[in-house]
Each structure stands twice: as C-alpha cells, then as structure tokens.
Design a protein around this ligand. Structure first.
Ligand code: 1HN
Length: 356
C-alpha cells in the first residue's frame, strides 16, 4: 500500500495543532514515550524495613498516640521510597505494623479493601471478624476479607505488634473503596479457644461440613491458620526423603480456601517458606508484587543483585519483575503475600527462574 507523503509542516502550524489538542484534553500518542516498556518497569523499589526499628517506633507511637487517631488503628504504614511518599509498600499492596497496648481496643469497621494479619511475635489479642473471636498468636495468619466487620481487643497486660497487609492500593486504583465505621462498642463476651470459623472449616484434614453448602463466599471461610499446622506442614515436607523440599532445602505451603483450594482471598496469595542453609532454590522473578515478613531465622535476600540481610520482624517489598533469591544462615521462615491471584485471573502472570 502506498504511504502518503508529507511536506514538512510549518512549525507554527504544527504548534497550533498541539495547542488545540491540549486545549481539548487530547494527547498525540506519537509524542508520548515510555508507555510500552519491553518488560515491567515498577516505580516501587526493592526495599527492606528493619523489624527492630518497626518495633521500637510502634512502641513509641503506643506511648504517645491514642488508638482512636487515624481510623481507629495505630498503624505505621510502609511507604516505598519509589512511590513519591504515598503510604504504599508496592503499587498494589499496603503493608504496615500495628501496635495495640494492654487493655486497648481498635473498634469495629469494615471496608472493601481486604486485609490480613501475620503475627510476628507474642499473643493475646483477639480479632473479631463478623463477630467471631479469633485469637492471635505468633506465626498465625488471620484473614479479614473484603467488607467483613473487624475489630481488635487486647485484654492482656502485654502490648502486641503484628504485620498487616491490605490490597488497598489496588482497590483504590480501581476506585472501589467503601468504608463504614460501626457504632457498636462491646468487648467479646466469650472467647472460645477455637473460633467458629475453625470449628466449621478447620475440623481436621479433609473434613468439611456436610449438607447443602451455603453460597460460597469469594474468600476462604477459614479465617485463622494456626502456626502449629503451618510449622508441621513445612517440617513434614523437609523430612520426606526424596521430596522436592528435601532435595532443595526449601519447603513452602500456600494458604488455601479449604473448600476449593483457591487462594485465601481473590486479591492476595499467602505463603509460608522455610529455607535451610545451603538450599538450592534459584533466583526468580514474576509479574505482580509481594511483601515478605521474616518470622524466624537469619539470612539475606538478594533483590536485583543487591543483598539485604534478614532478621526476625524485617519486612521486604518486592516490586513486579524484581529478581529475588534467598540465602539462609540458619533455618529461615518467611511469610509472603502477593497479588498473584489478580495477575493470574487477568492472564498477566509471568514468571522466570534464573538458570545456573
Ligand atoms: C485497617 O483497617 C487495619 O483493621 C489495619 O486493623 C491497617 C491500613 C489502611 C487502612 C485500613 C485494621 C489498615 C487498615
């Protein structure tokens, strides 16, 4: 096909076109660059927040700032240095530490962004999810899915700090944030050792309630995943002669909806990893971003070639397409949360393992 030929236009005439385009809120694509990058170019940077610093600053906030300021939560939000001072850990994930002192309550509210808590240390706080009291103890994962009422109570005499992750930046980008505070102010009257959600859906391996199933929610009906179970699953993988975990020194589990094996919530995948010293798991990169929380052990993570040492309580942001490799000096237990279910649902998930 013949291509039309153009005489070089007069600068003034061309500039007039550009001004008219701008006046009418239009932009010529031929003047735009950097839109279609060969590979993802995340603005968030790979980053580590030190557990020791997070704990100390949480305690100071606990002494100085009442829990009712700022959405009824005493939360220190991770602000990725690549994201212009916004309180986002990555483009899609919010990460934070929350501090609740003895006798304090963070009152009930609900919002469309989904949240989860991973307990790094201590115990004693009860989170009520739609009124169901869930005890929080070290190594537990607690879900507060989208639009569920949730509140935190610390009836004990020791403060508690935990890791919060939310899909808030993603939900905000989709302009789908709704929030509602509750005017109910009650302390739980009974706190059974096992929550209602565990009594129904955590009855034992492979056991689900019989009868006609109620309409399935979009999230896991099991709201607490206990450390004793996670720990046993990781240990069993490593102990099984000839298993991939035993051969590589890297065990991992994915927290799943027990009724269908899907991720715990539509927007977030949760996993627990155990790396043994000398493990042979390769560096990996994938689309979508992740946050990691160091539960126990010591080692380092290499993110796009830069080494960050790891100690308990450290939080790490891994932006999309960042190459990550773990090194363990002693058995290293890492919790991770990512937006992988979103990338998978949209057929945008890609992963690469470094060779050699
Ligand atoms: C929130 O509701 C909680 O309920 C924690 O514990 C962190 C960060 C941003 C927005 C809402 C909670 C949060 C949050």
């Amino acid at each position: 096909m013949a291509t039309r030929r153009f005489d070089a236009p007069d600068d003034a005439v061309l500039n007039a076109l550009y001004e008219d385009l701008a006046d009418r809120d239009l932009q010529p694509l031929w003047e735009l660059s950097g839109l279609l990058t060969p590979t993802p170019e995340a603005r968030a940077v790979p980053y580590r927040w030190r557990g020791k610093v997070l704990r100390e600053l949480g305690e100071r906030a606990g002494e100085l700032v009442p829990v009712d300021r700022g959405g009824d939560r005493r939360v220190l939000s991770l602000s990725n240095p690549g994201l212009d001072g916004t309180p986002r850990a990555t483009a899609t994930l919010w990460g934070a530490v929350q501090y609740l002192g003895p006798g304090e309550t963070a009152p009930a509210h609900r919002h469309t962004p989904a949240a989860l808590r991973f307990v790094l240390d201590g115990e004693g706080v009860w989170t009520l999810v739609d009124g169901d009291p869930l005890h929080m103890s070290a190594g537990d994962l607690i879900l507060t899915p989208s639009w569920t009422w949730h509140e935190h109570h610390n009836p004990g005499d020791t403060p508690m700090t935990w890791f919060d992750a939310l899909d808030l930046p993603l939900v905000a980008a989709l302009d789908a944030v709704f929030f509602e505070p509750s005017d109910r102010r009650e302390t739980p009257s009974a706190t059974p050792e096992r929550s209602a959600s565990e009594r129904r859906f955590g009855g034992g391996p492979g056991l689900l309630p019989g009868g006609t199933a109620a309409p399935a929610p979009a999230h896991s009906p099991l709201l607490r995943y206990r450390w004793a179970d996670t720990d046993r699953a990781l240990g069993d993988q490593l102990a099984e002669a000839g298993s991939e975990a035993e051969r590589t020194g890297h065990a991992h589990v994915r927290f799943a909806d027990p009724t269908n094996g899907r991720d715990v919530m539509p927007t977030m995948r949760c996993e627990m990893h155990r790396y043994l010293p000398g493990h042979t798991a390769a560096a990996e990169r994938h689309t979508g971003s992740a946050l990691m929380a160091v539960f126990r052990g010591a080692g380092a993570v290499e993110l796009d070639g830069a080494l960050h040492s790891l100690s308990p309580g450290d939080l790490i942001a891994i932006p999309s397409w960042t190459s990550a490799r773990l090194l363990a000096d002693e058995p290293l237990d890492l919790f991770s949360v990512s937006d992988a279910p979103v990338l998978e649902a949209l057929a945008l998930y890609r992963a690469e393992t470094a060779s050699g």
